[in-house]
Every structure is written in structure tokens, then in C-alpha cells.
Ligand binder design. Structure first.
Ligand code: GLC
Length: 476
């Protein structure tokens, strides 16, 4: 009996202390890290605010979705197109032969790094390996790689694309992130060619063939080891494919499966931290301590989230290169950034390079326009924290070093005659409009409200800018 009580007491203590460390929000749970180097890196990363994501691989030649067209699920995003679409195996064979013609001779990562840095981006995450298993780095563990014998680009001096990209962006002073897919649909120890794959999951019984799964774990860990050993400083290990995780086998009413695929994340994270002390590990969408920040995808959370997070979003409609893709306007992208920062997050904006190794001209143009806005207004973005009331009546709010930045987003249906700003106590309410010599008139109410009449000059500025930043200094 005594033993029972002490055991249950211990269980309660573990339960309660886990509850203290874990924060429930946005239907997700966040675990604060304990390692002081990770905490330090996290604080550094949270200040960066704006980063670049790139999805690139041989699939760009077909202008199709990254990887998913070889996943035999009946989902829109897995739909096959083109001459081989009618036959899964024929299609997969053609897809997996794509490296033989992948020859991005215009690849020039310095140009990308330059454009990203000018746009005010401070870090970069690149798909070193997506779910299809093709490695954009010089792995020793498979021939299915950019430097492999069957790849058209392998003879090029710049063939180790990941190295070229990491070096170019690091040279611009940017943080470096390695996107890496935990599932690998090319590896025979994940999708055993003996069995046809049925969905995104491992396609054999792990109970029946445990040695196969062990091999897969070694392979995965081996490739991550390569990436974190041979490519200089890496700040983020961005692991995708959240269905590869420890879980209970489940079949849902619609037939979808969750298959227990314990890849041993504690071992991966421990190895990563040994090789790159303090590295942020992002085990996407897997609840637990190996997700140093959360990654809402293609959306901005409704409200402030007070743990580290990053919205990843496409500049066009797709993650991968699609000819003629529709790109969001720079004004829209700037406002997304403002909203994200005012809710406490970072913005990771994706561009999909084309098969020749270039971005679409629209991508450069958007980055240039964002850069011009950031040059003037970046002060209200970088290293800023959200400020109450966060978003109200057209404004979003950030703060830093005793300043409040009230950012007016100009995507309102109608502009009011008077803009209303809400300030905390102790802010006298004299605004400075960033990047402008215009003397802004302001009436201050007792309740900390500031009323800014929309003069013709201000109105014309509003019409030509994606967002205007008004800075308020606190009493000193
Ligand atoms: C989605 C896509 C995946 C992509 C990821 C990036 O999950 O299915 O292919 O890599 O978004 O966030």
C-alpha cells in the first residue's frame, strides 16, 4: 500500500511538473527548453522575425507538387498528371528518374542570398531532403542524390547544392536551417519495394521486420549526422513529416492510418546538440520537447501566442516551383509580416526555385519591394515584442526599447476620417511617422487614446503604402 502511494505521488509530481513546463494554446502544446544554449539560440531566433524557406528538387522540372505525387493517397495534392499518371508504378519510375535530367546550370546561391538579405530576411531554411528521399546534399548513404552518378548536375563544380546555399546565406550573416524529411519514400527500409506502398506511412510491419526499421533509424540518424558535421554552423534542424513519430497504431473511420514509427527523437536531438550545441530542433507537429518552436502552416494564428512560433507560407500558391504560379503582392506579404510579429511570431516565406536554378522574376521583385519598406520600417519589426491591444481598428502593435510601434495596415475597406491608436499608460502620445518628415497631428484623450486626423497628406501616404508605422516614445 505504501509503495502504491509513493508511486502514485511520483506520477502526480511528474504530471504536475510536465504541466508547468508545457503550455496549452492554439490546440497545441509547447514545451520550454531547459538547455541554456538552446534558450539562448531561441531568444536570438525570435528576434530575427523574417526568414526564407526554399523547396527545391528534381520535381521542379515537372512543375508539380514536391514529392506528394508519388504518395498513393486519394488526396487532391497527391493527384498525378501527365503521360504516366494512369499507372502508379510507371509514374513513380519516371519520377525517380528525374535526377538524370536535373541540371540547374543557372544555380547561383549568392544571388539568392543577396536578394533575401536586401529584403531584410535574417535566416534561411532549405529542403536538404524532402519526402521523396532525393538528397540535395552529398550524402554517402544513398546514390539518390544531387552528386550521385545518375544525376545530370553531379559533374558541376557547384553540385553540392546544400553546401553552396548554406555558405552563401551564412556569408550574408544569416541563420541557417536544414529542412529534413523524417519519412523517405525512396529508401527500401521505409517503403520496401517488395510491398506496394498504400499511403504515406512505412509500408511493412515493423513488428515483423524490426531489423529493417532499425536500419532505417540508423540511416536517418546517419544523414542528419552528415548534415550537422560537414556543412558548417547550422542553427535549425527543421524536421518535417510529423506522422513519423511514436504513437499508438490507429485506423480512423475514413481509413486513414496513424502508424507507430518511433524514430527515436531523443537520440536524434541529443546527437544534433552534440554536433551543433544549442541548435534548435523543430520536430514539426509532434507534441513534445523536441519542438523548440511551433510552425503553423499557411496561416497566421488568430491571436497572440506567447511561446516561440513561426508561420511558414508560400509566396506563390505552391511550395515547389510551378510555372506561372500566382505570387502574393509585396503589400500583402508585408502586412502578413506585421500581423505575425504583432502576435509574437516569425515569418518564414517560401520560394520554389525552378529547374534551371533560378527564381521567377516575381520573387525578386517582391523581395525588392519588401526590402524598401523594411529599410524604413524594420525598426518596428526586428526584435520587437507584441504590445496590447495587438490588433485593433486597423492597427497592429509592437514594442521595443521603450517605444510602441502602431502599424496601420492599409488593407482596410474604408479609411476612417480619424485613426485611433491605443497606448499603454505613460506614453505621451506624440507620434513620429517612420520614414517621413510629415508632422503628424494627434489629439490625446485621457484614456491613452490618440486620435490622428486623416489629413490629405496622410491619406495619400496611406494609399501608396502597405503599412504605415507610427512610433511613440514612452516617458523617459
Ligand atoms: C506541407 C507540404 C509539404 C511541405 C510543408 C512545408 O506540409 O505537404 O510538402 O514541405 O508543407 O511546410
Amino acid at each position: 500500500m505504501k509503495k502504491f502511494f509513493s508511486v502514485s505521488l511520483i506520477i502526480w509530481i511528474i504530471f504536475l511538473s510536465a504541466g508547468l513546463r508545457a503550455q496549452h494554446h492554439d490546440d497545441r502544446v509547447y514545451f520550454w527548453p531547459e538547455d541554456s544554449l538552446v534558450k539562448e539560440k531561441l531568444a536570438w531566433w525570435q528576434n530575427l522575425k523574417f526568414g526564407l524557406l526554399m523547396h527545391w528538387g528534381p520535381y521542379s522540372q515537372w512543375g508539380v507538387v514536391e514529392s506528394w505525387s508519388i504518395c498513393p493517397e486519394d488526396e487532391d495534392w497527391c493527384a498525378r498528371k501527365g503521360p504516366f499518371a494512369h499507372d502508379y508504378f510507371e509514374y513513380r519510375k519516371a519520377y525517380e528518374s528525374l535526377p538524370s535530367t536535373f541540371n540547374p546550370v543557372r544555380f547561383n546561391p549568392q544571388r539568392w542570398a543577396e536578394a533575401a538579405a536586401k529584403a531584410g530576411m535574417k535566416y534561411m531554411v532549405f529542403t536538404t531532403k524532402h519526402h521523396d528521399g532525393f538528397c540535395m546534399f552529398d550524402t554517402k548513404l544513398t546514390d539518390y542524390r544531387i552528386t550521385g552518378p545518375d544525376c545530370a548536375f553531379s559533374g558541376n563544380p557547384a553540385a553540392n547544392i546544400t553546401r553552396g546555399i548554406f555558405d552563401a546565406f551564412r556569408n550574408k550573416g544569416m541563420g541557417i536551417g536544414a529542412y529534413f524529411s523524417k519519412p523517405d519514400w525512396h529508401c527500401p527500409d521505409y517503403w520496401d519495394p517488395y510491398f506496394p506502398p498504400v499511403d504515406r506511412n512505412v509500408n511493412y510491419s515493423r513488428e515483423k521486420y524490426p531489423e529493417k526499421w532499425e536500419r532505417y533509424k540508423d540511416f536517418t540518424r546517419g544523414q542528419i549526422r552528415e548534415l550537422l558535421t560537414d556543412y558548417g554552423r547550422v542553427d535549425i534542424l527543421w524536421l518535417d513529416g510529423g506522422w513519423v513519430k511514436k504513437c499508438a497504431d490507429t485506423v480512423f473511420p475514413d481509413g486513414k492510418r496513424l502508424v507507430n514509427q518511433d524514430i527515436d527523437m531523443p537520440a536524434i536531438a541529443a546527437m544534433a546538440r552534440k554536433l551543433q550545441p544549442g541548435i534548435l530542433v523543430v520536430d514539426r507537429a509532434v507534441e513534445g520537447p523536441d519542438q523548440n518552436y511551433l510552425t503553423p502552416e499557411q496561416r497566421v494564428p488568430e491571436q497572440l501566442l506567447d511561446f516561440p512560433w513561426e508561420t511558414c507560407m508560400t509566396m506563390g500558391n505552391s511550395w515547389s516551383y510551378v510555372p506561372g504560379d500566382h505570387y502574393k503582392s509585396s503589400a500583402e506579404l508585408i502586412r502578413l509580416l506585421c500581423r505575425i510579429v504583432a502576435r509574437g511570431g516569425n515569418f518564414l516565406l517560401n520560394i520554389g526555385p525552378g529547374p534551371d536554378g533560378e527564381w521567377a522574376p516575381e520573387a525578386y521583385q517582391r523581395l525588392e519591394e519588401i526590402g524598401r519598406w523594411m529599410e524604413v520600417n524594420g525598426e518596428g519589426i526586428y526584435a520587437c515584442k507584441p504590445a496590447a491591444p495587438y490588433e485593433k481598428e486597423g492597427f497592429v502593435y509592437t514594442q521595443k526599447n521603450g517605444f510602441i510601434y502602431a502599424i496601420y495596415l492599409t488593407d482596410q475597406d474604408v479609411f476612417p476620417e480619424i485613426l485611433k491608436v491605443e497606448l499603454p499608460d505613460g506614453y505621451p502620445g506624440k507620434p513620429l511617422l517612420m520614414g517621413s518628415s510629415l508632422k503628424v497631428k494627434a489629439d490625446i484623450s485621457k484614456k491613452g487614446e490618440v486620435f490622428i486626423p486623416l489629413t490629405p497628406e496622410l491619406k495619400s501616404l496611406l494609399k501608396s503604402s502597405p503599412a504605415l508605422v507610427f512610433r511613440f516614445a514612452g516617458k523617459r
